[in-house]
Ligand binder design. Structure first.
Ligand code: NDP
Length: 291
C-alpha cells in the first residue's frame, strides 16, 4: 500500500481563503474588522519568527494585528496588566500570548487572565476543562490540535470507534488532541516518556498522532497497515546537502511508514500550516461572538 499524502498546505490555504472572504463580507455589511493582539515577552528568536508569521498571515486575510513586545524581565503584574488592557479593548477580538514565556513568569496565571471570549489559542483553563468534559464545548479549540482533527476528517478517517494512539501529552498538542479524539468517540491511548512497549501500543492504532519531538521515531513495522498517521513533530535533521545544513523531519519515518499507512501528513507541509490557519479561523469566530 502507498499512503495518500494529506496536503495540509492546501487545506490551510483553503481555510485562509474562507476567512478572507468572510472578513470581506463583514466589511460590506458594516461589521467590525477582527483584531488579534500578540503578546511576546523576551527575545526568544523562534517565538519572534512565530509571532511575525502570525501577524503576516493576519494582514493577508484582512485581520488587524496589534503587536505587544515586553522585555524578557517583565514582571507577572506587567504581563497581566497588559492582558487586562487587551481584554477591555473592543478592537481586540483575540489575544495570543506566545509560549513559552520566560521561566520567572507563571504561565498558568497569565493564560487564566485572558478573557474567555478572546482566548483564540484555546489554552485558558476553562476552555481546556470544557474540552475534557462530556457534553460541554470550549469557546475555542487549540489551533494545532484542531488542525490535526480537520486533516483526519478531510483524509476520510473513520474516527468514531477507532483505536487512536497519541504520542505526547503536552498542554499544547498531545493532551488537547487526545481530548478531541475522545470527544469524537475514538478509544484513545496516550503515550509519554514513561510508557512501556511503545511499538506494541502503536501497532494497535487505526489513527496515530505523533507529537513528541523525536526525529523519525515511529518506524514502519510499528504502524498498522491502513492506519491514518498525523505527524505533528518538527525536528531538524543534519543534512550536508541542504543549504542550511539540516532539513526538517517529523516524528514519523515518513518514507517507510508511507508504505503501510492509508494516509499520512508530510513534514513540512502537513500539520505545520494548519496551526496559523486555525488561529485565523478562531480570531474570526471571536469577532463573530461580538456581533
Ligand atoms: P513537548 O516537548 O512539550 O512534549 C513532548 C511530549 O512527548 C511529552 O509529553 C513527552 O513525555 C513525550 N515524549 C518525549 N519523548 C518521548 C519518547 N521518546 N517516548 C514517548 N514519549 C515521549 O513538545 P510539544 O508537544 O510542544 O511538541 C511536540 C512536537 O510537535 C515538536 O516536534 C514540536 O516542534 C512540534 N510542534 C509542531 C507544531 C505545528 O506543527 N504547528 C506546533 C507545536 C509543536 P512526558 O510528558 O513524559 O515528558
Amino acid at each position: 500500500m502507498t499512503a495518500k499524502i494529506i496536503d495540509g498546505k492546501a487545506t490551510a490555504e483553503r481555510i485562509r481563503g474562507e476567512v478572507k472572504e468572510a472578513i470581506e463580507k463583514r466589511k460590506t455589511a458594516g461589521k467590525s474588522i477582527p483584531g488579534l493582539a500578540t503578546v511576546l515577552v523576551g527575545e526568544n528568536p523562534a517565538s519572534k519568527v512565530y509571532v511575525r508569521n502570525k501577524q503576516k498571515a493576519c494582514a493577508e486575510v484582512g485581520i488587524n494585528s496589534f503587536g505587544h513586545d515586553l522585555p524578557g524581565d517583565a514582571s507577572q503584574e506587567e504581563v497581566e496588566a497588559l492582558v487586562r488592557k487587551l481584554n477591555a479593548d473592543p478592537a481586540v477580538n483575540g489575544i495570543l500570548v506566545q509560549l513559552p514565556m520566560p521561566k520567572h513568569l507563571d504561565e498558568e496565571r497569565v493564560l487564566a487572565s485572558i478573557d474567555l471570549g478572546k482566548d483564540v489559542d484555546g489554552f485558558h483553563p476553562i476552555n481546556i476543562g470544557r474540552l475534557a468534559q462530556k457534553g460541554r464545548e470550549p469557546v475555542f479549540v487549540p489551533c494545532t490540535p484542531a488542525g490535526c482533527m480537520l486533516l483526519l476528517e478531510e483524509a476520510g478517517a473513520q474516527i468514531a470507534g477507532a483505536n487512536a494512539v497519541v504520542l505526547g501529552r503536552s498542554n499544547i498538542v498531545g493532551m488537547p488532541v487526545a481530548l478531541l479524539l475522545v470527544k469524537a468517540n475514538a478509544t484513545v491511548t496516550i503515550v509519554h516518556s514513561h510508557s512501556r512497549n511503545i511499538p506494541e501500543i502503536v501497532r494497535e492504532a487505526d489513527i496515530l498522532v505523533a507529537a513528541i519531538g523525536q526525529p523519525e521515531y515511529v518506524k514502519k513495522d510499528w504502524v498498522k497497515p491502513g492506519a491514518y498517521v498525523i505527524d505533528v513533530g518538527i525536528n531538524q535533521k543534519e543534512d550536508p546537502t541542504a543549504k542550511r545544513g539540516y532539513r526538517l523531519v517529523g516524528d514519523v519515518a515518513f518514507a517507510e511508514v508511507s508504505e503501510v499507512a492509508a494516509a499520512i501528513t508530510p513534514v513540512p507541509g502537513g500539520v505545520g500550516p494548519m496551526t496559523i490557519a486555525m488561529l485565523l479561523k478562531n480570531t474570526l469566530h471571536a469577532a463573530e461572538l461580538t456581533d
